[in-house]
Design a protein around this ligand. Structure first.
Ligand code: PMP
Ligand code: GLN
Length: 379
């Protein structure tokens, strides 16, 4: 059989987690919380399942959850949307991204992505017959040059994918970025896929600027989020997409034949959590900022250069004063010899710039972060 994705191997996250397990290393590579999802949420899940809510939900989602998502969008971004027409619950943000890309992209269309880019965008674009046009952002600032973006737009460009707060750079888009983005989208009549899975994890008092916070931007956007990040339950694979009705009609045509619907008891449980414990979402930034600071402080005397972490649950370390190895080789060395698993940044690039930077996930118990930092401080 001819491969549809000939250049693709096993994801770096699967590779590094397998290596971490093999070498019994502290796993700060793949992004997932080491601590559990809230007790109340687990209880709700069990309850709904015990009560017999175990069959298909409506394809676009359980109405109570659609409503809670619409309420959250109104509370956070002052945007009123129709829960029935504009919200679809998906099996993780990954499904939402995949479906949005299939809905938008036709053969030969070009989609602009910023490298380092989350690994699921490119294969989804290729499977739609499109071409990803990569714009590389580099350490330490990972700043977008909007003139460079303008220059990359052709008459084949269909969409731009943004991700803020950004995995892996941790950067958050500023108002000047949003303004520049909006101008380009309007001038060239492009769509936006806005990956906002870390929307509730922004540090140092910064507020997340969502595509949902701007009517003109939202009019041409698919906005994607993930309950896995927000409620520490990445293994549930629960996410959603918000889009204007016209776009959502096309999204749903594909969603219904990718998964049809997502795990019903989890949808009911998440709807209750959003309603009954709104503080959880509001406190997430503080919760993770503490973790970031625990790890940063514990690494303060190391020979790594810590890059500023603006959001997400990642911290980037520049190791150029420590080793000449490339980042893949350095991560292999770390996991095998030092006992800490990290992610090399070059794997998120089409053409890696040669920065010597690795990513650590700090969604871990404080003791794990301190233990990992102790090992890294020995280098
Ligand atoms: N986008 C980004 C930027 C992510 O970091 C992740 C998860 N690590 C996803 C999408 C996928 O989210 P989910 O697990 O809900 O599919
Ligand atoms: N998004 C997570 C990360 O960046 C991993 C998700 C996955 O393993 N597919 O580490």
């Amino acid at each position: 059989m001819q491969s549809k994705l000939p250049n693709l191997g096993v994801s770096i996250f699967s590779q590094m987690t397998a290596l971490a397990n093999e070498h019994q290393a502290l796993n700060l590579s793949q992004g997932f919380p080491e601590f559990d999802t809230p007790e109340a949420l687990k209880n709700k899940l069990n309850l709904y399942s015990a009560q017999g809510f175990n069959q298909y939900s409506p394809s676009s989602g359980v109405p109570a959850l659609q409503q809670q998502i619409a309420d959250l969008v109104l509370r956070k971004y002052a945007l009123t949307i129709s829960p029935e027409a504009s919200v679809t619950v998906t099996s993780g943000a990954t499904e939402a991204l995949y479906v949005a890309i299939q809905a938008l992209v036709s053969p030969d269309d070009e989609v602009i992505v910023f490298d380092p880019a989350y690994d699921s965008y490119q294969p989804a674009i290729e499977l739609a017959g499109g071409k990803a046009v990569h714009i590389a952002l580099t350490a330490p600032n990972y700043q977008i040059d909007w003139q460079q973006v303008a220059n990359a737009i052709t008459n084949k460009t269909k969409a731009i994918i943004i991700n803020s707060p950004h995995n892996p750079s941790t950067k958050t888009l500023k108002q000047t970025d949003i303004n520049a983005l909006k101008l380009l989208l309007e001038e060239h009549d492009l769509y936006l896929i806005s990956d906002e899975v870390y929307e509730h994890i922004c540090f140092d008092g910064a507020t997340h600027l969502s595509a949902l916070g701007d009517d003109a931007l939202f009019a041409r956007s698919f906005v994607v989020s993930s309950f896995g990040k927000t409620f520490h339950c990445t293994g549930w694979k629960m996410g959603y997409c918000v889009a204007p009705e016209k776009l959502m009609v096309e999204f749903r045509k594909i969603h219904q034949y990718v998964t049809f619907s997502s795990f019903t008891p989890a949808q009911l449980a998440l709807a209750d959590m959003l309603k009954e414990q709104p503080n959880h979402v509001d406190e997430l930034s503080t919760f993770y900022q503490h973790k970031r600071d625990v790890l940063s402080n514990a690494l303060a005397n190391s020979r790594f250069t810590l890059l500023p972490s603006e959001g997400t649950y990642f911290l980037l370390l520049d190791y150029s004063t420590i080793s000449e190895l490339d980042d893949v080789a350095f991560c292999e060395y770390l996991v095998k010899e030092v006992g800490v698993a990290a992610i090399p940044l070059s794997v998120f690039y089409e053409n890696a710039p040669g920065d010597r930077v690795i990513r650590l996930c700090f969604a871990k118990e404080d003791a794990t972060l301190i233990a990992a930092a102790e090992k890294l401080c020995q280098l």
